[in-house]
Design a protein around this ligand. Structure first.
Ligand code: ATP
Ligand code: MG
Length: 338
């Protein structure tokens, strides 16, 4: 057995195999602090909510944090920002640890192989991902998983580009970041991230239209389509403008980073994943922009993951199974050598 884990700014998703299927367990990466009282506890217990008590406070975790935030007129807190542990959230690490423990569960066997995703260093933000990566690795190792880490963009390649020998460009447009990896035969040639994703779109649309961020996000996630005629001044109109700006920015930076390397002379397919690629019309618009940009590499086909939200978690599982296979092979070699 092996597992994959995608730790994202908005969603934490575990993947594992159940016979021929891959099953996903998912939680929102969020929590809400409430004053502890017997009444609150009774209510939470009866609704089977994931919560803990700490220092006389109750912390509601995951999906339910948003539901209870509305009931209590508060804002849910988010342990991560821009793809990594948020430095301004003092309770970030214990909260992520609890959500990860819940999503991942106990290992099925001793030293079960686990592969987790981490973002690549962003090129436009003054931060690096090392601390986040080490903490997440330590959380998983303490749960006794035999832990490996891969770049989020490589996770997309593992998940979507097996038919191309894991050669291609993997792009994950998430909530906090956009991660990009170019790989040749499963080996990263270039990896970077950009400090813009769905959160950036929500913020920009909220600033320009004056609508609350949650409202903008809900409109975006509820059947919003790109490339349609929209009413000027509507939130859909503003969403289209910022989606367009995000794509232009990602492609401009991709071109800039490609100029720094000497990629192999092959055709690269492109796979798009992450929750922010979900609106209808995203693939068409991105493809047009990418072809117009005349990149330094040759692009063959461009596809969107069948399940964009689960692509990185699926890729992590494939990577974990590969490690597991290697370890088993090594085991056989060692055994036969003895
Ligand atoms: N149907 C949808 N249409 C548009 N956007 C969506 C949809 N569903 C989710 N999203 C957006 O996708 C983002 C979450 O995607 P994802 O789970 O891939 O991010 P993440 O992995 O948590 O973040 P990151 O990789 O940046 O750390 C959010 O911005 C969310 O609003
Ligand atoms: Mg992600």
């Amino acid at each position: 057995m092996a597992k994959g884990l995608d730790i994202g700014t908005m969603n934490i998703i575990c993947s594992e195999r159940e016979e021929e299927d891959v099953i996903f367990t998912q939680q929102r990466n969020a929590f809400l602090e409430l004053e502890s009282s017997d009444l609150t506890k009774t209510m939470l217990d009866s609704s089977k909510v994931l919560y803990i008590e700490k220092d006389g406070k109750i912390f509601v975790l995951g999906e339910e944090a948003f539901k209870f935030a509305t009931i209590f007129g508060k804002d849910a807190r988010r342990p991560m920002r821009f793809g990594i542990i948020s430095p301004s959230e003092k309770d970030a690490i214990p909260m992520i640890k609890l959500i990860v423990e819940r999503v991942l569960g106990e290992p099925n066997n001793r030293s079960e192989v686990l592969c987790i995703s981490t973002p690549a260093d962003p090129i436009d933000l003054d931060m690096n991902t090392l601390y986040h990566k080490k903490i997440m690795e330590a959380v998983a190792k303490r749960m006794t998983y035999e832990t490996h880490v891969i770049d989020e963009g490589l996770g997309v390649i593992y998940s979507e580009l097996s038919d191309y020998d894991f050669t291609g460009l993997g792009i994950s447009v998430g909530a906090g970041l956009t991660n990009v990896t170019l790989a040749y035969l499963a080996t990263p040639v270039m990896s970077f991230s950009i400090g813009r994703g769905g959160d950036w779109i929500d913020e920009q649309v909220s600033i320009t239209t004056g609508l609350p961020k949650d409202h903008v996000c809900a409109t975006k996630e509820r059947g919003f389509r790109l490339g349609l005629e929209v009413e000027l001044g509507s939130s859909e109109g503003a969403l289209s403008i910022y989606y367009d700006a995000l794509m232009t920015y990602v492609i401009k930076n991709l071109n800039r980073k490609l100029a720094e390397i000497t990629p192999p002379k092959v055709e690269f397919p492109v796979a798009l994943a992450g929750g922010s690629v979900m609106p209808d019309g995203f693939l068409k618009m991105f493809e047009r922009k990418l072809r117009e940009a005349k990149l330094k590499i040759d692009i063959s086909n461009i596809k969107r993951a069948k399940e964009p939200l689960y692509s990185v978690a699926r890729g992590c599982l494939i990577a974990a199974r590969t490690h597991e296979g290697e370890e088993m092979e090594e085991g056989i070699i060692v055994e036969s050598a003895v």
